[in-house]
Design a protein around this ligand. Sequence first.
Ligand SMILES: [Zn+2]
Ligand SMILES: [Zn+2]
Length: 133
Amino acid sequence: MKSEKLRITSQRDVILDELRSVKTHPTADELYEQVRRRLPRVSLATVYRNLEWLSEQGLAQKIEVGGRQKRFDGDISEHYHVRCSKCGRVADVEMDMLDGIEERIAQCCGFTVTGHRIEFTGLCPACSNGSAC
Ligand SMILES: [Zn+2]
Ligand SMILES: [Zn+2]
């Protein structure tokens, strides 16, 4: 049942493959530029639609970080992100998920908590050195 739902067409395969190959958390536009090298006839709408689909299926993560555009992550493990407030670049934070935080929220707010996201903000190395990035 599950395998049928998760069957991936070759176009989707390429899109997911490209997304997984980078650590930059690209926007749909950025990934489109990348995918076009392998699929010259692909449209931005197709890339966008597939990214949405992949996120819905849990094969990719849609990152709702601050900033103007949605970003996507091929790494679906739970992890935190840090965003550069100057250039908008998003990087993974190499640390364990905070323990017990969801229980605390459940206790204080009465919610059934199913997950959490933390976005750190700051300046990336390039921006804090003052060089363009
Ligand atoms: Zn930056
Ligand atoms: Zn990430």
